[in-house]
Design a protein around this ligand. Structure first.
Ligand SMILES: [Mg+2]
Length: 181
């Protein structure tokens, strides 16, 4: 069986920009590129799962999201085919017709079947508790990063109870949670 890491985008892979639409507004985070390469080399499949309700709200189009995703890889010096899969969930909260919006674990569960993943060896990484819920509902491990939305003390308490590590950023996640095969 294989293993994988699922990454949230905004606030995790790149800085959180309110309803990011223009690739020129992307702000990268130090060390992320090197950490992503290390994780991939350690034998993990690499996925990105991002909620983009701006699509259903009419703030931007699918093409804007694709353009930002491509630009992010360029800025990090990663190839266009770096990801094994990307899931963009366009729904607004409360409208789960399509069903991929986090905390729905639909995407992770589908990829687990497609890539023969052992969930106990997989991780979901994000800056919000909905990312953590997505991972835990998929029976995967989950880690919070502090590069996005501020993590309040209540969330810190729940994370501690649920044994969810809180990492400064993706490089720190890579150092403390990723093991070589
Ligand atoms: Mg986020």
């Amino acid at each position: 069986m294989s293993r994988a890491v699922f990454f949230d985008r905004d606030g995790t892979l790149i800085k959180d920009v309110h309803y990011l639409k223009d690739p020129a507004d992307i702000k990268i985070i130090d060390g992320v590129s090197e950490a992503l390469i290390k994780i991939k080399k350690a034998g993990y499949h690499m996925f990105m799962h991002t909620n983009q309700s701006g699509i259903s709200r009419g703030y931007y189009e699918w093409d804007d999201v694709h353009a930002c995703n491509s630009r992010m890889l360029e800025l990090y010096g990663l190839s266009a085919n770096f990801w094994d899969g990307i899931c963009i969930a366009p729904e607004s909260p409360g409208n789960s017709k399509i069903g991929y919006r986090k905390p729905s674990p639909k995407y992770e569960l589908e990829m687990a079947v497609k890539f023969n993943l052992d969930p106990s060896l997989c991780w979901m990484v994000g800056d919000k508790w909905i990312d953590i819920e997505t991972g835990l509902k998929s029976n995967m491990n989950a880690a919070l990063v502090r590069t996005g939305k501020k993590i309040n003390s209540e969330t810190e308490k729940i994370a501690s109870i649920q044994k969810v590590p809180i990492c400064e950023d993706i490089p720190s996640f890579c150092n403390s949670c990723i093991t070589k095969i």
